[in-house]
Design a protein around this ligand. Structure first.
Ligand code: SF4
Length: 234
């Protein structure tokens, strides 16, 4: 398996690192991230502080890939993009385009469902300063491979930000040089999927105007066209 030798040599992963790459709530492959979660769990006992699993339809034709759980968002609630600012625009847009049953994701127990859509992260554990190392990205990439394995032919992947874009290319075995990140770009990949790029829907990007709601919706318009979906009347 790809990650084993270099990660273990660098002391980042444990002896039990190499396992079947499906979501594992007990994964501690990344020693730095596992230790950080232990510290955060003490500071915030009510937070989940575990790897955050994908959320949504397992057979979805659209898989959305973010960077990593946010400290007070997905890390606290256990659902991607839930509990902090980054999910506001995402779930509003998913609802507007018919991929979500509600414009808000509040808790892991709320009745929200996703339709033909699944959300995951490039790295499943909260990283300090929201910055995973390149080795942690590679170590967790096996889980992203599993997340994308069920994508049907002709499906779509939406990468939220450049880091997620690169992680998707690695997971799908595509060359980075052939597919440069650009907001609104789409990339036909060898496995038949189409990769779409958007700036990340973070508080910083939306507050600074780098990403507006209209810009985000226009990316979903491209995805709808690719998947031959009609936007619902809301
Ligand atoms: S980031 Fe991924 S590989 Fe690393 S400990 Fe968390 S779940 Fe495991």
């Amino acid at each position: 398996m790809r990650i084993g030798a270099d990660a273990k040599k660098a002391g980042i992963v444990t002896d039990t690192a190499i396992r079947t790459p499906v979501y594992d709530a007990g994964c501690r492959r990344c020693v730095r991230l596992a230790s950080f979660l232990d510290e955060v769990r003490v500071a915030y006992p009510s937070y989940r502080c575990l790897p955050v699993p994908p959320f949504g339809d397992p057979g979805a034709r659209l898989v959305i890939v973010g960077l990593a759980p946010g400290m007070h968002g997905a890390n606290a609630t256990g659902r991607p993009f839930t509990g902090d600012f980054a999910g506001i625009l995402l779930y509003e847009t998913l609802y507007a385009h018919g991929y979500a049953s509600s414009p808000k994701s509040r808790t892991i127990d709320d009745p929200l469902t996703l339709v033909d859509c699944r959300i995951t992260n490039s790295v499943k554990c909260l990283p300090p300063q929201n910055k995973p190392t390149p080795l942690e990205m590679r170590t967790c990439n096996d889980y992203l491979v599993a997340d994308l394995a069920a994508l049907p032919a002709g499906g779509a992947v939406l990468a939220l930000g450049r880091v997620a874009h690169d992680a998707v290319l690695i997971a799908l075995g595509a060359r980075r040089g052939s597919h440069p990140f650009a907001h609104g770009a789409k990339h036909a990949l060898d496995n038949g999927a189409m990769l779409f790029d958007s700036y990340h829907c973070s508080r910083y990007n939306t507050n600074t105007g780098r990403l507006t709601a209209a810009m985000f919706r226009s990316v979903f318009d491209l995805i709808d066209a690719h998947l031959d979906r009609a936007r619902p009347q809301r």
